[in-house]
Design a protein around this ligand. Structure first.
Ligand code: KG4
Ligand code: ZN
Length: 330
């Protein structure tokens, strides 16, 4: 079964064709990072206009690169939330238009659910239930227990800043630009984590909190001559990254052991951080699944993979599918 995935929830216009929920035939992503970087963050109105310009060529490229045709497709999956309303609208309306003109069934997919399904793509072994998912992106840090397809039990979430948001804000405080995650990772690679920043353990809860860490970083930078001193900036970036990794890895592994799950699944843009994934792989007694970096950040292959399981469960959408910017999981 071949499914066309469409993803426009934030600042990537993406389309992909995936076979049987696991085999990526094409995976096209048009990033808007350069456009938004000059504003220091995503400008929603600019994002939606850019999606309008990119979506048709991106879809056509995905079909061509998959060496397939419209007649060969069995259906479509499109992200309908959470995300930016104007951005989501572009993907959902394009999917509806194609569904009508090509007579194809389609299903609306939750972007967070899609991130999890990146773990099904191009792997020798697909994940085995029950598992614990850590979704760490620009807007979310969630711990979710899954006992079967479509069964989500939300155990923890961020109480303030999401993990990716913390990286983005830290990079801004350090004058490093946008998006913060990859830049902090690059700086941290040659810095030393020699400074201690606070960790919010929130004992007794699976929730996360990163705003205290962000504030501590801000005060540290105000009090010390950090900016302009490149090795000091690198040490601060490494110490900040260490604090985020420490909390994410420790809390997730503790929860996985408590719940006796078979696996831990990582997903979302922050999961493309190599120090983070290495720490998980080195310290977890439970098997850890991590998608390759390009499938951790926003893409449409994960949307198509997730859509495949919707189709298996006969979970189709109708033309009244609307965007839900604040959609949650479970
Ligand atoms: O999943 P994603 O691509 O989009 C959302 O759904 O939000 O995640 C984007 C987030 C951004 O906050 C970005 O700074 C962060 O993921 N990110 C990283 C890395 N690459 C992207 N954070 C830490 N290390 C990275 N290498
Ligand atoms: Zn995402």
């Amino acid at each position: 079964m071949k499914i066309l995935g469409i993803e426009t929830s934030c600042d990537e216009t993406a389309a992909a064709v995936v076979e049987n929920g696991t085999r990526t035939l094409s995976d096209v992503v048009a990033s808007q990072i350069e456009i938004h970087a000059r504003y220091g963050g995503i400008v929603p109105e600019v994002a939606s206009r850019q999606h309008v310009l990119s979506i048709v060529p991106v879809i056509e490229k995905a079909i061509t690169e998959a060496k397939t045709s419209w007649q060969d497709l069995d259906g479509m999956a499109v992200t309908f939330g959470p995300g930016l309303a104007g951005s989501l609208l572009v993907g959902v309306n394009v999917a509806k238009a194609i569904a009508l003109s090509k007579n194809l069934p389609f299903t609306g997919v939750n972007h967070l659910e899609a991130h999890i399904y990146a773990n099904w793509l191009n792997k020798e072994k697909t994940p085995s239930f029950p598992f614990l998912c850590l979704i760490i992106s620009g807007g979310h840090s969630e711990l979710v227990l899954m006992k079967g397809h479509g069964q989500f039990e939300k155990l923890g979430r961020t109480r303030d800043d999401a993990a990716g948001e913390a990286f983005d804000k830290a990079a801004r405080i350090l004058g490093l630009g946008y998006p913060g995650g990859p830049i902090i990772e690059k700086e941290a690679a040659w810095g030393k984590p020699c400074l201690h920043f606070p960790r919010a353990w929130l004992k007794g809860s699976h929730d996360f909190s990163f705003s205290g860490l962000k504030t501590a970083l801000w005060h540290f930078v105000q009090k010390n001559q950090v900016l302009g001193n490149s090795s000091f900036v690198a040490n601060v970036a490494a110490s900040f990254q260490e604090a985020v990794i420490d909390v994410l890895v420790t809390k997730t592994i503790n929860a996985a052991e408590e719940l006796q799950v078979k696996q831990i699944l990582l997903s979302g843009g922050v999961a493309s951080n190599k120090s983070l994934t290495q720490r998980f792989l080195d310290s977890s007694p439970i098997a850890v699944s991590v998608p390759p970096p390009h499938l951790c950040t926003d893409n449409a292959a994960m949307v198509a993979a997730c859509g495949y399981y919707h189709f298996q469960n006969r979970n189709f959408s109708s033309y009244d599918l609307d965007v839900v910017p604040s959609l949650s999981l479970g």
